[in-house]
Design a protein around this ligand. Structure first.
Ligand code: GTP
Ligand code: MG
Length: 137
């Protein structure tokens, strides 16, 4: 199958939702091929989210993503990118479908529990940002 990259964001780690989120991910057919608990530096977050640097919420996003540990993971499944975006739901939990990870665990449009890559190309770039080749199985 092909791959996507995810982060369980600081709000969901703080809230104690790591186990439940990983359970929902694996029960939905994704195989974990890389995973770690880590914390992004300001520079990491500015680089990772460079595409959003002109957006009004950029400063808030960087502050949020660096405030505590995250779980970073690479997931494998057929049609991984699209199926994972469906599983997490809309960016804003108010718009997210019932049963999606963001509907259940996100607080608001900023603190929205999980990240999912938006293309195969970005999945590769984002996975390589967080993991060395020998950490990917
Ligand atoms: P990711 O999977 O995290 O990339 O989310 P997404 O693809 O659904 O949304 P997008 O890439 O457009 O935005 C990236 C992240 O920026 C979101 O997940 C939010 O954490 C944050 N974000 C987006 N819009 C807003 C906003 O209006 N306000 C704030 N504070 N944060 C936002
Ligand atoms: Mg995005």
């Amino acid at each position: 199958g092909n791959r996507t990259f995810t982060m369980i964001k600081p709000d969901a780690v703080e809230g104690g939702h790591v186990g439940a989120i990983l359970e929902q991910i694996t029960a939905s057919g994704f195989r974990i091929v890389a995973m770690k608990l880590t914390q992004m530096t300001q520079r990491d977050a500015e680089t990772f989210y460079a595409i959003h640097k002109e957006r009004p919420f950029f400063g808030e996003l960087v502050e949020f993503m660096t405030r505590g540990p995250i779980v970073a993971a690479i997931l494998e499944k057929e049609n991984a990118v699209e199926d994972f975006r469906t599983l997490i739901g809309a960016t804003n939990p108010e718009d997210a479908a019932e049963g999606t990870i963001r509907k259940k665990y996100a607080k608001n449009v900023g603190e929205n529990a999980v990240h999912g890559s938006d293309s195969d190309e970005n999945a590769e770039i984002e996975g390589a940002f967080h993991f060395a080749g020998r950490e990917i199985f």
